[in-house]
Design a protein around this ligand. Structure first.
Ligand SMILES: [Fe+2]
Length: 309
């Protein structure tokens, strides 16, 4: 094992940032590589997410020959098509929070996943699924598995959260680059000096944002099955990995500099396209573009159509 002289890495104290009071969040995130945010979402909506999931789970339990991973992917496909998905990921509070980290040009990668940490003493078959699909994760960072160093990871816990079944972070580990990996685990040849910080103070509805280079793991198991949703965000102006390009993205917010190009109409800046007229953006692009707000009349018709189809 390679051992190096380092200053002592001190454990950190718990800190919860509440909606509308993000004072100090930038420095906290820079130093520790993560932050916990409370009350970003309405509690009722979090309960609705749980309800959809539990409903899907009830149906799934009747089909014993289907593996857990297939179920979680299928569940996400259902969730993606609901209004709740938009509530969670195009949420004004979330966009406001992400603007602190990225400015105005924010993207949401087309990647969401339900994540399950099963309770103790689950069936043998499920335990095998967990090993095969790494549902319960040991120490890792998400840079190892295709995220750019500019990507922010997102975790929302919405059901079964318990002191001992959430996440453990290794604060500051992102500041040393990507930890050497050997067979999906930290290389044992390097002495591991980071101190674990258990997020044993999380509540349902809390969001954890963390840097892609930050080492973290599943804390452990309790008598409750914990369910969460993971996803990731970045900026239109930073580097993405090939995997992230393949996933694609939705813009969540567009700043004035990009908006000017949209108003001109094209990247070639064709002179005088709207000379003497109004510089504007095609309405369907506009309504689906900046913070993705549909016009009142579009929303009204959309709701009528949804009810009647
Ligand atoms: Fe992870």
């Amino acid at each position: 094992m390679n051992s190096v002289q380092t200053r002592k890495i001190e454990p950190i104290k718990k800190k919860i940032f509440k909606k509308e009071n993000y004072s100090g969040i930038e420095n906290y995130y820079k130093k520790h590589g993560f932050c916990v945010v409370r009350r970003l979402y309405d509690n009722k909506k979090i309960k609705e997410v749980e309800k959809i999931f539990l409903k899907c789970q009830k149906i799934f339990q009747k089909y014993k020959d289907t593996d857990n991973q297939s179920f979680l992917i299928a569940c996400d496909k259902i969730f993606e098509k609901t209004d709740l998905y938009d509530y969670i990921f195009k949420n004004k509070n979330l966009i406001k929070l992400l603007k602190i980290f990225y400015g105005n040009d924010i993207i949401h990668f087309n990647f969401t996943k339900f994540q399950l940490n099963e309770k103790k003493n689950s069936s043998q078959k499920k335990s095998l699924d967990e090993i095969k699909f790494q549902l319960s994760k040991g120490i890792h960072n998400d840079h190892w598995t295709g995220s750019s160093e500019y990507t922010t990871h997102y975790w929302l816990g919405f059901s079964g959260i318990d002191k001992g079944n959430t996440l453990t972070m290794y604060p500051g580990s992102h500041l040393n680059g990507s930890f050497p990996v050997l067979n999906r685990e930290p290389d044992p040849k390097i002495e591991f000096k980071y101190k674990p910080h258990k997020l044993d103070y999380l509540k349902e509805g809390d969001v954890v944002l963390f840097h892609s280079l930050l080492l973290h793991k599943t804390t452990g198991k309790t008598n409750k099955t914990r369910v969460g949703i993971i996803s990731k965000f970045s900026s239109l102006n930073y580097k993405w990995t090939n995997q992230e390009k393949d996933l694609g993205y939705q813009p969540l917010s567009i700043g004035p500099i990009r908006e000017i190009i949209r108003l001109i109409g094209n990247d070639a800046l064709t002179p005088f396209r709207t000379y003497g007229g109004v510089a504007g953006i095609d309405r369907s692009i506009y309504e689906n573009y900046n913070e993705r707000q549909l016009d009142k009349s579009t929303n009204k018709i959309l709701n009528i159509l949804k009810k009647n189809i």
